[in-house]
Design a protein around this ligand. Structure first.
Ligand SMILES: CC(C)=CCC/C(C)=C/CC/C(C)=C/CC/C(C)=C/COP(=O)(O)OP(=O)(O)O
Length: 418
């Protein structure tokens, strides 16, 4: 997978796939989308688009090449025998492969710069930007109302971040999602660049522009977030966990990365900055994986399957089983498949724990609470007998309330380590 310096735009289409056939030696085909029934492929040699048909266990390709007439060939999807159903995943982020590609190290470094605005420069900044402090207070207040559920004690900075993200998310998840085209997202990205260059467009932008003066936020996670929205408009299937991980990074891991400088590190934290950033990324990934597992049925209704296609096949399942929602939780294949997916999400939550305890005191409890609360959704999926196709797992108010003091205890007993 290759990732461009400016972002990850080429990553989603860069999965190289060698197609069997007589032209194999000359042509490599790169996957452009994860749509399983009709995929667009583009030849990396001649750049011509082609259509691909894919059925349950067999993929058949019909590729139009400039010199050779369309060729059909078949590739068997490897089916792992029932006894050796082992889904591999955690090493993806443990050995740092993706961290390097996602430039987490660089982001951590750039977000450790001293901030531009001290308290005394605040008035000067407001007059330079031609908005008074009352205007800014109103801007932050609006952000706060957009994301009323986010607890923080940072003068609204986290809300201005979240307000921006919520608006970005609404573009693809909100009532006007069907009007969100590639052009709309391009304009949204231009607007983001403007905010980072100190040219906010509206009141909510103004709050983020101000936050950028107070916290050394890097633009990359914000850009990558928009890239995640692009994926959501054009990609409805994920071939394997690597592809899904990239999506989770874009739509949720980025949130973790941009939260760290605002939340701040504990005064006595000895953990390396890198480990804290890794933990923040892992929490975003864990949350998103949980979200996906909770919403399998709802997503299927919208024609979306966020479960890795190759892993479904490994358990003898396929896309249609999910879309038709016919596979029932009593089905052993589904149960085993879900167990493996839940195990993976828990792995990422566990990896995030240590970092959560290294945050500044004010952020520790809210982060621990959200971690434990979201992780409980996984327990609820289990309690529902793994039926996430016709039921939506939720954590009752009582359980949430019981969890809060537990989260407090965990957050208070911070583990100091290098
Ligand atoms: C652990 C350390 C060091 C820091 C914490 C860093 C943080 C705050 C990480 C969390 C990142 C986060 C909040 C990601 C978003 C996760 C997510 C799946 C949100 C769901 O959003 P919606 O799509 O609106 O959910 P609903 O579908 O429930 O509406």
């Amino acid at each position: 997978m290759s990732i461009s310096e400016s972002g990850i735009r080429i990553a989603c289409g860069a999965k190289q796939q060698e197609i069997k056939g007589k032209w194999k030696k000359r042509h490599m085909v790169s996957r452009q989308s994860g749509i399983s029934r009709k995929c667009q492929y583009q030849c990396s040699v001649c750049s011509k688009d082609s259509k691909t048909q894919r059925s349950r266990q067999t993929m058949s390709y019909s590729v139009a090449l400039p010199t050779i007439s369309p060729i059909k060939c078949t590739t068997q999807l490897p089916l792992i025998p029932a006894k050796s159903r082992v889904v591999k995943f955690p090493e993806l982020c443990k050995d740092g492969v993706l961290f390097t590609q996602l430039q987490v190290r660089e982001i951590a470094k750039s977000q450790s710069r001293p901030c531009r605005l001290g308290l005394e420069e605040e008035d000067e900044y407001c007059s330079r930007m031609e908005f008074g402090s009352a205007f800014l207070a109103d801007s932050y207040d609006r952000c706060r109302r957009i994301c009323a559920e986010i607890p923080a004690d940072d003068g609204g900075a986290q809300e201005s971040n979240m307000g921006d993200l919520r608006r970005t998310d609404e573009l693809v998840d909100g009532p006007n999602a069907k009007h969100t085209t590639a052009d709309v997202l391009d304009r949204w990205e231009e607007r983001l660049e403007d905010i980072f260059s100190g040219r906010p467009f509206d009141m909510l932008d103004a709050a983020l522009a101000h936050t950028l003066q107070k916290f050394p936020l890097d633009i990359k996670p914000f850009r990558d977030m928009i890239e995640g929205m692009r994926m959501d408009t054009r990609k409805f299937r994920y071939l394997n966990f690597e592809e899904l991980y990239l999506y989770c990074y874009c739509v949720a891991g980025t949130v973790g990365l941009m939260s760290v400088p605002v939340m701040g590190m504990g005064a006595h934290s000895l953990a390396s900055l890198q480990r804290i950033y890794n933990a923040a990324l892992n929490l975003g990934i864990a949350n998103q994986l949980t979200n996906i597992l909770r919403d399998v049925g709802e997503d299927a209704e919208r024609g979306r399957v966020y479960l890795p296609q190759e892993e479904l096949a490994q358990f003898g399942l396929c896309d249609d089983d999910v879309l038709s929602r016919k596979v029932v939780s009593a089905d052993e294949r589904w149960k085993e498949f879900m167990k493996a997916q839940i195990r993976r999400a828990r792995f990422y939550f566990n990896e995030a724990e240590e970092g959560a305890s290294q945050l500044d005191k004010a952020s520790r409890w809210p982060v621990w609470s959200s971690l434990m609360l979201y992780r409980q959704i996984l327990d609820e999926i289990e309690n529902n007998g793994f039926d996430n196709l016709t039921r939506r797992a939720y954590v009752s108010r009582g359980k949430k309330l019981l969890m809060l003091p537990l989260a407090y205890t965990r957050s208070a007993t911070a583990n100091i380590s290098n």
